[in-house]
Design a binder for this molecule. Sequence first.
Ligand SMILES: *Cc1c(COP(=O)(O)O)cnc(C)c1O
Length: 406
Amino acid sequence: MVEKAGGSGASVPSGDVQALKNGVPSQPTLSDIDLSKLKVTLAKELKDIPKPDDLVFGETMSDHMLVLEYTPEAGWSAPEIKPYGPLSLDPSASCFHYCTNIFEGMKAYLGPDGTPRLFRPELNMARLLNSSERVALPRFSPTALLELIKKLIAIDARWIPREPGCSLYIRPTMIGTLPSLAVMASTRATIFVILSPAGKMFKVPAGISLLAINDHVRAWPGGTGAHKLGLNYTPGFKPQRAALEKGYQQILWVLGDNITEAGGMNVAIVLKRPDGDMDIVTPPLDGTILPGITRASVLELLAAHGNETSLPYLSNKTRLHTHERVVTMSELERTWQDGTLLEAFSFGTAVVVTPIARIGWKGKDIELPPYAGNHLGPVARALLERLVDIQEGRVEWKGWSVPCET
Ligand SMILES: *Cc1c(COP(=O)(O)O)cnc(C)c1O
């Protein structure tokens, strides 16, 4: 990406030719990410930071970014933290034609002592590595990349909003940069990490509206829906725009009759049981569901209620039974009609936990039960509060919140 205009041109570098002949991308027996080679160039002028209320998600970027390049000749280049700015890429680069683009979504929070904190970041690194394997991009050391991200955050720490519920969104990305139109794995790659301050995702916490559709699908058995690949999101833009025009904020992706996800978030429903306990049901990781880190955390916290911990707003006597199993639109309609559907909510790094107020399906609306003027029921409220307390370092839980000490 730093190749100068008029430089190497579109010819395929020799290492790639070798890889092409072998029919496989050359593996990094070459150098992995080397932390000791980090080069830091600080911005001469720092930007003004907008107030949290003025922030539109993903539109403001911090002062610096992290960039690393991989070539089959040399492996991973010396990492660089430098002023945020455009990349220079060959127009024939793989990412522009065959979507060799993978990413992660993480957040940095400010702890009570002012130290930046990350939430289970090793899981994001592991998932990024899985994504790179799925699209045959080069491997990398997940621990070294995490250390570099921590250094970037320490440098741009003033960008973490102080207001509770706000955070600095982190976008690690890897793109294939092989300059070739050949339909094949990209043997060259760039990793870059950029930071964007985030206010509250949905300004009204009263609950989001979803339009359930099954005429377009986000993911299918044997597809790539379980990975965070850029190519999974583009096909959703047209139906998403249509949903907005009909007055819904997001799409609820339904595969046949099976509920999968809401926009870029996992979902769960809460059902009342005859014995007074609650069932919390979320679709299983069958390859059509993105394995959310929030999803895993929600399941673990619910399972710990009443023994290892007490979640707020819920009696210790209320047993919460978690289930990873198929949830259908038919079940949603039936339990809504018979009054056993107590809550529906969605979750992911961006929103943490957000209640679902209304689901449009086959021309009518399923309205979820209201709680004190909004749709945040006790289970979603408990999870939201506990997760934010852990993320912001007020509650210690199993080492999930990692201080960014460098
Ligand atoms: C990122 C993402 C999620 C949420 O994952 P988290 O790790 O909890 O942020 C859910 N669904 C899709 C499609 C996603 O891209």
